[in-house]
Design a protein around this ligand. Sequence first.
Ligand SMILES: NC(=O)c1ccc[n+]([C@@H]2O[C@H](COP(=O)([O-])OP(=O)(O)OC[C@H]3O[C@@H](n4cnc5c(N)ncnc54)[C@H](O)[C@@H]3O)[C@@H](O)[C@H]2O)c1
Length: 263
Amino acid sequence: MAGNLSGQTALITGAASGIGEAVALRFAEEGANVVALDRNTDALAELADRLGDRCAVVMGDCRDSVICDSGVALALEKFGKLDCVIANAGVYDWYKRIDRMSPADLEAAFEEMFRINVLSTLLIARSSAEALRESGGSFIVSCSNASFRAGGGGTLYTASKFALRGVVYQLAYEWAPHVRVNGVAPGGTVTGLSGLDALDSSTRRLDAEGRTVEMVAKASPLGRAAAAEDQAGCYVLLASRRDGKNINGTILINDAGLSTIMR
Ligand SMILES: NC(=O)c1ccc[n+]([C@@H]2O[C@H](COP(=O)([O-])OP(=O)(O)OC[C@H]3O[C@@H](n4cnc5c(N)ncnc54)[C@H](O)[C@@H]3O)[C@@H](O)[C@H]2O)c1
């Protein structure tokens, strides 16, 4: 039976781990070819092994416009077109308060957070706009419950994810009717989500923090923290030409009901 994304080619940033990896695997299962972009070269190589011919990889940093351009070029060269881009790479601030940072640390953390979470989304959007327009494709942004509410991270993370909400709405407006633009807003999901070099927290991983995972599960109305695979279906729906064709400028919240009780 043909998959929901049969014949599509998707480019995914941050595809080597967590939600990006789960989406890459699920997209392949649904019949898509995948171009996976990440700076984690070992994990990216493992993903490429798992997906075989259906996968091409770009190893590099998505803050670099040349890397973003080469992801799009690879999709066109290897698979002949680009139907979907998922701007997903992201980092976290572990609730670090800005009033407890020195001015220099705040500036460095801002640069790193906004360059990875926001600028890389703009760069991959810029690189892929023409190819998506040609295919009548779609662009999907990994937002967060922190795109809507306080308390999902610190001020820097929350501000970066609110910014992505603006990116989704503006591009959905500008790129219509040729390209659909949407987002997914996961709540706490057990992945390798990590911190910032600027705050010495880049080796901290969410999935290694038992207490945080427990806290997320306790706070959730469903009493569980999501697995990365729990997020993948939202991306499939938004990318699907059959089921998603009328969805534009929407951010699907997938947080086990947490946002119903958060301030
Ligand atoms: N895990 C959660 O609870 C949660 C909740 C809401 C939103 N999100 C968002 O989901 C997205 C995916 O995060 P995840 O939880 O799967 O984390 P993850 O760390 O497991 O995956 C993120 C991937 O992005 C890559 N990456 C980070 N910076 C990069 C850069 N500059 N260049 C290239 N690759 C880079 C990492 O190497 C990693 O493979 C992020 O945007 C995150 O903010 C996660």
